[in-house]
Design a protein around this ligand. Sequence first.
Ligand code: GLN
Ligand code: ZN
Length: 764
Amino acid sequence: MTITHNLGFPRIGVQRELKRALEAYWSGAQSAQDLEDTGRELRARHWKLQAAAGLDFVPVGDFAWYDHVLEWTTLLGAVPARFAQSDREPVALDTLFRMGRGRAPTGTPAAACEMTKWFDTNYHYLVPELVPNQSYRIARRYLFDQIEEAQALGHRVKPVIPGPLTWLWLGKGDAFSQGATDPAKLDLLDNLLPVYQQVLQQIKELGVEWVQIDEPILGLDLPPAWQSAFKVVYKQLAQAGIPILLATYFEHLHENVEVLNGLPVQGVHIDLVRAPDQLDDVLAVVSDEQVLSLGLIDGRNVWRTDLDKARALVETLAVRRGDRLWLAPSCSLLHVPVDLDAEHELDAELRGWLSFATQKLDELAWLADSLSTIPSSTSQTALQRQRLALQGRKDSGRIHNKVTQKDLVASADLDRNRAPFAQRILRQQEKLGLPAYPTTTIGSFPQTPEIRVSRRDWKSGALSDSAYQAAMRKEIEHVIRFQERIGLDVLVHGEAERNDMVEYFGELLGGFAFTQNGWVQSYGSRCVKPPIIFGDVARPAPMTVAWSAYAQSLTEKPVKGMLTGPVTILQWSFVRDDQPRETTCRQLALALRQEVVDLENAGIAVIQIDEPAFREGLPLRRADWSRYLEWAVDCFRLSTVGVKDETQIHTHMCYSEFNDIIQAIAAMDADVITIETSRSNMELLAAFEDFQYPNDIGPGVYDIHSPNVPDTEWMVALMQKAAQRLHPQRLWVNPDCGLKTRGWAETEAALVRMVGAAQALRYT
Ligand code: GLN
Ligand code: ZN
């Protein structure tokens, strides 16, 4: 009999119960006991759901108050010194929260740990801080407590923990200047492995049969020192005497498959959704005695699985391996919404194509059952229903848009080139007449409660179209007058009409669907609700032109049109799985190109296409980078080059490093790029300097994530640093990012000083 298991279930709860409980606890409205109760309820509910679906093992250790990496870091007692943790006491929950967010109901506030993206997902983990000779100990008991909690509820459990090599790889420390790959980190294993062994022994003493150890770094380019460390590490962990399932996901193992050869673990999990063609390579190194766990249900996307295809892939293996074949989702279900049944507004046809975490458990159970000698009628009926739904999806008129497909074919011949920058910029300067060090902002102005209320009431129907129009126009007029008064050079309309930079466009484009409760954890208590791109993208009507044109009608100064770029829309949505990402991105680019041309025709002389997610779209493996960059750059150019030379194209990126992608950034050929740099003290500009980046740049002069108002002198000094690296004629002055999360008081104060800084620079 094939065994089924899960690598992790979303922890937030279908109604975001965990978010609410956390925020209530942080604000003092609820006690620690209330929070603990919510956590216990959620765990019990999720285990029950998984067991009821028929899974043989439920995961334990996937629950986290803030982040599962942070849970593990605190269990190991790896608490940075600034949090004043005694090395004898257990780590308190509030210490974990202080590490995650800088403060908690008790304890002294301290700088939070750094947060960064978890592999190529939109989930963020807290970066472990590594110190040479660090000592570790079991400093929290949550894992053991939760194992007992699940066992008491009658579940057969499989604890899930981050692997020592992945944990070290993700960690950072001043002493490890080579970054992720720094081989000096491996010296920490001497102290780390004994604690891992203790953990494994204690798990074993609880009567647990299997432990899953996650080593997703096996999907990355690993230096030889890291590859060979696996043998040493797992040999030592094997001594604890509990069977280990080594889990990999998110990528093809490629050459790292050799690491598995002879590795003393009892089982291996691989992701066959992302990399179906790695099965043969893995079969060649996994022995018949070892368990092979295959991830066949997509843990990263929301589509129903083609179960016939999955079944065909594993049928013979199931016979040959029996209970040494395990089936699972490709990775933890953390990355998909909890339950499709919480959606009441999706139409039946579309629902039939979708599967959220809860539905994926059923898919898994049906798949396993269909492999048994006498499949149950339930699974056979379910399979048949799913077959019909998927056939319906293939044939649906809602997916296929003839015009989009024709445009896509024709786009191969569309021009991707504008006149050289040196020529364009002269025409633009003639038209715009901007001073040296021109000032601008990134697009959004504070989203006040009144703005949010207007948008909400309009959506619910409580506010009429005309009343809503009037309210938004009032906001636009307000920000235009404000920007004129303080003397900014290139103005924006303020984005009051946008709830979110992707959702706003998705709602106006064809081929998108939205959920009511499709929340996915982004970090801590923060969740996002990504749109679902299900069909060919179309732009039935202009999306931003009326707002931008109205803003422009109020002033003599140029107002920037403001769009979200194709790559960012793609990255922050659930994307269709029936065509390459690249194709969907091109469709988005074509829709945006129409918008860009319409903006130009409406008299907008400066158009910004935001691409904050450009870098995060990079594949996990270097070998795949150039292909991605090629189409990503092409999509950006496709969306921008429809305009005249004198129309100025801006782009904006934040949270990016540019060193290794500077060539692609230059190939995008935006006239102006504004980037987040203030926190790096202009260090990020080194890449532009070394490359001799030719076009205009606006390095952000202040961090919009902080309410602090920056000093004029400080901004001047930053710009002077920038001017040492780049030609002053090419420089713009602007904040790091949009201002939507700020209040008006600090926004006004900061921008007045920023304009002052630009003026000071012009006269020196
Ligand atoms: N134009 C957007 C804004 O100003 C850009 C947001 C972003 O870069 N994430 O809000
Ligand atoms: Zn930004």
